[in-house]
Design a protein around this ligand. Structure first.
Ligand SMILES: Cc1ncc(COP(=O)(O)O)c(C=O)c1O
Length: 381
């Protein structure tokens, strides 16, 4: 039976994600448009984002948090290009974004001493195999497979190398222990439902020490440079951004952070996201045609929730037909206005991916499930 009720907000994309409940463009009315980001008021606005982010995420006082160009990719590449090469590197990769960082390090930076600890879609790299005398690069939550690291217990405090973490689909939804990491990056269009093109880069004192003691052999473009005359450019992390940010996007970030505070901060955000995962888990449990893509329940993401189709009819199809069948589910839901962007990432196995970050209401997921069952019935015929 075709459902009659649609989710109030049909946005389930894994980035840009749903805006916070109740968001309208009126949230941007106070944006400092037409003014310089280097004016006193402009800098205060940027500093407001920095201060609220630090407080919400529990960033240690001796860490730096700054806004950098080019979204999460910009923040990560700034870190990789500036810090790597001083030691051997262990690269952890279990889906396409982790794989992207491997490509950067092996094919672009062409580092000589790289170990790649790889796992397939649905699995996690062997965390016990990591050598912490080396630098370690990993993604906290693999957005395209829905596999996350379960905790930070595997990261020793007395490590010799740097722990460099792409946490873009994890921060504000998971307990990411910043104090155990040396580099943390994210962008705003994920868990807080912000806008794209600005990255956030968090650096530990050890990362700063590396910046001041090691000079990469390759040239660094201006937007990657974090030192001047061998000294750390701390001002970048105090609202003196490298280049011009959008004050409209900054205003939207303030709005998202204020909303997060109103929920009780990080615990409130995590609770909402975990409730979304629990709702999906209950649907998966009662639905014979689906299973979670992540095999180990401890690694199942509460943000990018990835579902595979396990129906025998589907599994008997060829690869292209499977992709087409999964795409059909997504396009039926889109045409009905019941759920947008629920397809898996283009490089991942075909299936369903539902964003479960805090901006998504559990009640909207509950209203989506009957639509998924209906779309499956149409496709299955
Ligand atoms: C884990 C991960 N890393 C990197 C990116 C790229 O982020 P951005 O588009 O903000 O550069 C994404 C985007 O989905 C992601 O999920």
């Amino acid at each position: 039976m075709k459902p009659t009720q649609r989710p109030q907000n049909p946005c389930f994309s894994s980035g840009p994600t749903a805006k916070r409940p109740g968001w309208t463009p009126a949230a941007l009315e106070t944006a400092l448009v037409g003014r310089s980001h280097r004016s006193k008021t402009g800098k205060a606005r940027i500093q407001d984002v920095i201060d609220r982010s630090r407080a919400l995420l529990g960033v240690p006082d001796d860490y730096h948090l700054g806004i950098v160009p080019a979204s999460d990719t910009g923040a990560m590449e700034m870190a990789l290009w500036s810090l790597l090469g001083a030691r051997g590197v262990d690269m952890l990769s279990w889906e396409s974004f982790g794989q992207g960082w491997v490509t950067d390090v092996t094919k672009q930076l062409k580092l000589a001493d790289v170990r790649v600890l790889e796992a397939g879609y649905g699995q996690l790299s062997d965390l016990n195999a990591v050598d912490w005398q080396r630098d370690v690069v990993f993604t906290w939550n693999g957005t395209t497979s829905g596999v996350r690291v379960p905790n930070g217990d595997w990261i020793p405090d007395d490590r010799g190398g740097l722990a460099i973490c792409d946490a873009t689909s994890a921060v504000f939804a998971m307990d990411v222990p910043i104090a155990k990491l040396d580099v943390v990056t994210y962008s705003w269009q994920k868990v807080l439902g912000g806008e794209a093109q600005h990255g956030v880069l968090i650096l530990s004192p050890r990362a700063v020490e590396r910046l001041e003691s090691y000079k990469p052999a390759w040239p660094l473009p201006k937007i990657f440079r974090m030192t001047k005359g061998g000294k750390f450019s701390a001002a970048i992390f105090q609202a003196d951004t490298i280049n011009t940010p959008s004050m409209l996007v900054v205003e939207d970030a303030v709005d998202g952070l204020r909303w997060a505070e109103s929920l009780g901060g990080l615990p409130g955000l995590i609770k909402r996201s975990e409730a979304n995962l629990a709702a999906v888990a209950a649907w998966v449990q009662r639905t014979p045609w689906v299973e979670f893509l992540p095999e180990d329940p401890a690694t199942r993401s509460c943000t990018s929730i990835c579902i595979k189709i396990v129906d025998p009819w589907f599994l008997a199809l060829g690869p292209d037909e499977r992709t087409a069948a999964a795409k059909k589910i997504a396009s039926l839901l889109e045409a009905e206005g019941a759920g947008y962007d629920i397809g898996m990432y283009r490089e991942a196995p075909p299936g369903i991916r539902l964003w479960g970050g805090a901006t998504v209401e559990t009640s909207d997921l509950e209203l989506l499930f009957p639509w998924l069952d209906w779309a499956w019935a149409q496709v299955r015929g």
